[in-house]
Design a protein around this ligand. Sequence first.
Ligand code: CTP
Length: 209
Amino acid sequence: MRGKHILVTAGPTHEPIDPVRVIANRSSGRQGFAIAAAAADAGARVTLIAGPVTLATPSGVSRIDVETAEQMARAVFAALPADAAVLVAAVADWRVEPSASKLKKGGGPPQLHFLPTRDILAELGASDLRPRLLVGFAAETENVVEQAVAKRQAKRADWIVANDVSGDVMGGARNQVHLITADGVQDWPEGTKEEVARRLVARIAEALG
Ligand code: CTP
């Protein structure tokens, strides 16, 4: 993949509620970091846009740390153009207008007013700067393949890597995924997140030619 620029998002986002609290999720960033590492090993120039995680930067990878969905969206568009984008991050779908001061318990249960975040994958899918190969992930707990097939079309992605996160995949070391492309669905064998990453990067290298 020498000469190719691969953009990867990974990890959760944190959406602030007040100066000390956030809305978060269980994503560890491991699968996305493994993909960034495998792409760098394959010779690509890799930009990794990471939400708040506790992982070391893979060697040869250029990393940008962000917290919120809005910051992640800006960092992604600032990093373009790219030959391929692999959006692995578990981006929050909702944010709130954060309170400037800490919410106090005495004030009673907080009334959180949720606002939608930017959908980075859908925005990239519709963008003039769309990478040649756009790969999304779909973490589902039911009807995994059906929902991922619908997501591929709705977000105009080329591929969706779908996984069932009803077990301990989030934060775990192993993963079992389905690769959904325009040609159909491939069920990949269960493996470590590094094995899944190497397989996906090999497919990306093949597709980019
Ligand atoms: N994604 C994104 N920006 C968002 C939400 C999701 O870029 N604001 C990307 C993810 O990185 C992933 C894909 O879209 O590649 C699917 O994310 P997922 O959370 O499964 O899909 P949602 O659109 O949030 O749908 P739902 O939560 O209803 O399953």
